[in-house]
Ligand binder design. Structure first.
Ligand SMILES: Nc1ncnc2c1ncn2[C@@H]1O[C@H](COP(=O)(O)OP(=O)(O)OP(=O)(O)O)[C@@H](O)[C@H]1O
Ligand SMILES: Nc1nc2c(c(=O)[nH]1)N[C@H]1C(S)=C(S)[C@@H](COP(=O)(O)O)O[C@H]1N2
Length: 176
């Protein structure tokens, strides 16, 4: 089974070309370091518009066959920050532990970590995880939650993800 991962940078400015997509590039670089298994990416840079965010997530999950979608940006308190709302709208199940752990880890770097409403959820067989838009936040958050992601995807009957153990150790509880 091919490992396809969707990456969505949600930012008005990045989508207009005012920013370079540094968060998206950080996600790709991090996954290239983490993953031993070959993987393919689906990629989008879009403005903070809830219907567009939802449609992009649905397309990547339902038509592009992504087992995992990682978003960056739009998780804060500003009026146009609606990524968590879009995530919740397309998911059947929420996975609040992801947001809890990422905020706790981020709080060791910046006191403003609590301003992110980042969450995660499952749409059919696809795990969707929100990251903040700050380029530096990407690795900090992924290092915290990625060890649990391959097993989550096993439980969703997705592809078997093997990691480079010297970079990140996937945790799979043993059946006893
Ligand atoms: N490509 C980037 N390069 C440098 N900094 C960035 C980049 N993208 C985001 N940031 C930083 O992360 C912050 C939050 O980013 P996010 O994309 O969520 O919202 P924003 O850029 O403030 O909003 P907008 O959607 O209006 O452009 C930004 O204020 C900026 O400091
Ligand atoms: N690890 C980490 N988490 C972080 C930050 C950061 O710099 N590093 N920035 C915070 C800030 S300042 C905001 S406003 C929120 C929301 O950011 P977003 O709207 O770009 O998603 O994420 C927070 N989480």
């Amino acid at each position: 089974m091919t490992i396809r991962i969707g990456i969505i940078n949600i930012s008005d400015r990045a989508s207009q070309g005012i920013y370079k997509d540094l968060p998206g590039m950080a996600i790709v670089d991090t996954l290239n370091e983490y993953l031993k298994s070959p993987w393919e990416k689906e990629y989008a840079i879009i403005p903070d518009e809830q219907p567009l965010i939802e449609n992009t997530m649905i397309d990547m999950a339902d038509h592009k066959n992504c087992c995992l979608i990682i978003t960056s940006g739009g998780t804060g308190p500003a009026k146009r920050d609606v990524t968590p709302e879009a995530t919740e709208a397309v998911c059947d199940k929420m996975m609040p532990g992801f947001g809890e752990l990422m905020r706790a880890k981020s709080l060791t770097y910046v006191p403003t970590a609590i301003l992110s409403r980042q969450t995660a959820g499952i749409r059919n067989k696809t795990l969707i995880v929100n990251l903040p838009g700050k380029p530096k936040a990407i690795r900090q958050c992924l290092d915290a939650v990625f060890p649990a992601i391959p097993y989550c995807i096993d439980l969703l009957e997705g592809p078997f993800i093997e990691c480079n153990e010297d970079v990140i150790k996937a945790f799979r509880p043993q059946n006893v």
